[in-house]
Every structure is written in C-alpha cells, then in structure tokens.
Design a protein around this ligand. Structure first.
Ligand code: SAH
Length: 408
C-alpha cells in the first residue's frame, strides 16, 4: 500500500512496451508481438512469467514469455494482484469446464478449454468420454505443464490424460513435439463418444486436431435437420469427409446415398465401423480416396450430379500472404460443386480459415455462383459451438463459418 509508482512495482523480469503499443493490451488482446517491445529487463527464460509495463512504468499485465515466437508473450492475467501459479490454472480450468456443463447431457465429446478464448493462451483441453486430450501450444503453457496436468486431473470423471502437442505451432515456439499418455488409463485405439443419438469414433493418437472435429457439433445437427426435411432418399456428396461424421448424420437423417471424398485413406478407413456403430447399412460403397479438387473436376467432366454437397476443406488460408491463393481455391471447389448440384440442390460450404471472415466467404460464394451460372440463396448461417467461444477481445478466436445454400 502506498508504494511509490515505479518503485516497488517494477518487478523483474519485465517487458516494457513501445509508446502506443499498450493500447491493444489495455483492450485485453492477449498477444504481445515482438515489434511492440521496447525493452526486456532481466533475462526471462522460455515460458517464464513476466510483468508487462507501458513506457511510463504503468503495470499492464502478466504474461508467459516466448523468446522464439513472433508473439513474444501471451497474457495470463490483467489483474495485478493475481499470481500465476497452480491455483491460477485450477481456477481457470475449472471455470472453463463448468461453463460447458450444459453440454454434458448431450455429448461426451467436449472442448473444455479453448486457449486464449478461455483466458489460457496456448492450452487446449478436449474430453472424449473421459479421456482428456491436451495440447500445450505456447512456451508459457509448456512452462506450467506439471501444474496444468495436476489441474486437469482434478476435473470430474477423468479416465486419463493424453498429450497431442505434435503440431507445427510448437516448432514456432521453439518447442519439440510431444505425444503420449501423461496420466491414468491409456485411451483405446478408437474411443467411442456419444453426441445426441450418434456415436462417433475418435483416434486421439493419430486423428486430426485432438482426434475429432468437435467444432462441427451444431452444424451436424443443422445438416441433420435440413436432410431429414428436404433430402430423404437423395444423393449426397461429402467432400473432405475425414472419418465420415457428416455421412453418419446424413444417413441417419434419411439420405439415400452418401459418397465420401478425402485424401486420407486412414480417415476413410473409419467409415465401415462408423456406419455399423450407428446402425447404418449403406446399399453401396461410398468412398473415394483422392484430391478433392481433381475429383470435383472429374465429376464435372463426367456430368455427375448430386442433390446435396458438403464442402469442409482444411484451413486453406494459412497466412496473409497465401490469402489470394486460398480465396481462389475456395472459389474453385464451390463453383464446381454448384455446377454439380441438381436444380434446387443444397450446398453446405464451410471455411475454417480465420483469415477468411464471413463477409469474404460470402463474397467468394457469390463469385463462385457467377462462374457456375447458378442462382444461389443462403438459407442458414453456421458457426462455432459454445465450447469454442470467441472472446470479444480476441477476434482471432473466430475461425469456423459455413453457409447452407440452395442452388436454383
Ligand atoms: N468434415 C470432416 C472434417 C474435415 S477436415 C468432419 O466433419 O469430421 C478436412 C479433411 O480434408 C481432412 O480429413 C483431410 O484429410 C482432407 N483433405 C485435405 N486436403 C485434401 C484434398 N486436397 N483433397 C481431399 N481431401 C483433403
């Protein structure tokens, strides 16, 4: 109390920002870019907690230091009295998990911690039927590995904790990939999770992300509704199918035939088990391993037609520099798909590139419709479910968007 400004409060190690660069921090954006830093005092190590000050010595935040990344620090707290310690992680992780409790009656696959959007930069925690899968994606999260592990193990009904920190961003942080069981039971090769009346298979060792696309949960329900109301007995092309979650949804909603296209044979190999688990017995085989761009072009040349096409490509825009190329790629698959649709067909088109916002995506679809020569209406807008919240101070948290369109 009564400490003289700039005396006792100037703790080491600390980061001092360039004049003006404190603005985004005051607005609670959690990233401090290397270009915003005037000076680093003391010698913080990888992941160490540093206090962040403005040029005048005003305390701003407490952050985890990432010496090798363009994002030099990620903020843990904007409260000067809050210490970053095990208790901090217990509090934040429990709060995030509790915020999802309404989902528990519907599904056993939930994202419990969504990194920056839950105030925990670089930390992802997903649960699949009690098997937690965690990703430590920043130097700060890595630094607190033991404490985070203890905190997540206190969550209710945890069977085991598995790490999937084998992702590219770890490299940018100067961290080696890490994968394997951290605690408790080893997860089965294919975990079965429930979502409504569906059962989905999750391979947490080799699957994409932490094993499954939890972020498409609400969009699966939306598609189920459209298919059961409008597409009973009809033919659906599921492009970028991964393990066929949308195909399960389509068949159980009354679709007549679903053709899945994916470049990964490993992902397609889940289809038979996925179908039998959900009581689906397709009349004919429905998968094609290949490059979707070429497959769509081939179908156009053959004059193939479908009643609905689902397009859920991987993140095509990885960087601002690659945005033009990505825009072209999105347009390509969308105009080809519009071409392949029978009159009054449906296109469910997604983009998970954060750099392509909803406005731009809509413009891409417009441009695709002109090239396809088809009149297109948006009939439903889709986004992220509640366990993938977007913190308003962190617009980067919004990445998934989709449109269900009717193609005249
Ligand atoms: N719709 C899926 C998720 C799709 S993720 C679901 O709801 O579960 C994107 C998928 O695209 C991945 O399975 C990946 O293997 C596949 N993929 C990536 N590039 C591809 C390409 N050029 N052609 C076909 N599939 C591709």
């Amino acid at each position: 109390m009564g400490a003289i400004e700039g005396e006792t409060r100037l703790t080491d190690p600390r980061i001092i920002l360039k004049p003006g660069r404190e603005k985004s921090i005051r607005q609670r954006h959690p990233w401090i870019f290397s270009g915003a830093i005037q000076e680093i005092v003391g010698s913080p190590g990888m992941g160490d907690t540093v206090d962040v000050f403005d040029r005048q010595g005003g305390w701003l935040a407490r952050a985890g230091y990432s010496p090798y990344s363009q994002i030099s620090a990620r903020i843990w707290t904007w409260r000067e009295s809050e210490t970053v310690d095990e208790e901090f992680f217990v509090r934040a992780i429990c709060r995030a998990a509790e915020n999802r409790s309404a989902l528990k009656t519907y599904t056993t696959g939930i994202r419990l911690v969504n990194a920056e959007n839950d105030g925990l930069p670089g930390l992802i925690v997903d649960t699949y039927d009690g098997y937690l899968v965690i990703q430590l994606l920043s130097a700060g999260a890595e630094h607190w590995r033991k404490e985070i592990l203890r905190a997540v193990s206190q969550l209710p009904n945890v069977k085991g904790v598995f790490e999937r920190s084998d992702v590219e961003v770890r490299h940018k942080e100067g961290l080696p990939p890490a994968l394997g069981v951290l605690l408790g039971q080893e997860p089965p090769q294919r975990i079965v999770m429930a979502e409504g009346d569906w059962k989905f298979l999750v391979d947490v060792r080799q699957g994409h992300k932490t094993g499954f696309y939890l972020d498409q949960r609400e969009n699966r329900s939306a598609l189920a509704r459209w298919i059961s109301q409008n597409l009973r007995g009809k033919e659906i092309l599921n492009v970028f199918s991964y393990t066929g979650a949308f195909a399960v949804v389509a068949y159980t909603s009354g679709a007549g035939y679903v053709l899945n296209v994916d470049s990964s044979e490993a992902a397609l190999s889940f289809l038979p088990e996925h179908y039998s688990l959900n009581g689906i017995r397709p009349a004919q085989d429905g998968f094609l391993a290949g490059n979707a761009f070429e497959v769509l072009r081939g179908f156009r040349d053959q004059g193939r037609a479908f009643d609905m096409i689902i397009l859920d490509p991987p993140k095509l825009a990885q960087s601002q520099r690659g945005l033009t190329k990505a825009t072209r790629a999105y347009k390509d698959i969308n105009w080809l798909s519009m071409r392949l649709l029978r009159p009054n067909g449906y296109l469910a088109s997604f983009s998970c590139s954060g750099l392509v916002d909803e406005d731009l995506f809509q413009k891409i679809l417009f441009s695709a419709s002109l090239d396809a020569g088809r009149d297109v209406q948006i009939i439903e807008r889709l986004g992220q479910p509640m366990d993938h919240p977007v913190r308003l101070s962190f617009p980067e948290g919004k990445y998934l968007k989709g449109f269900i369109c009717r193609i005249a």
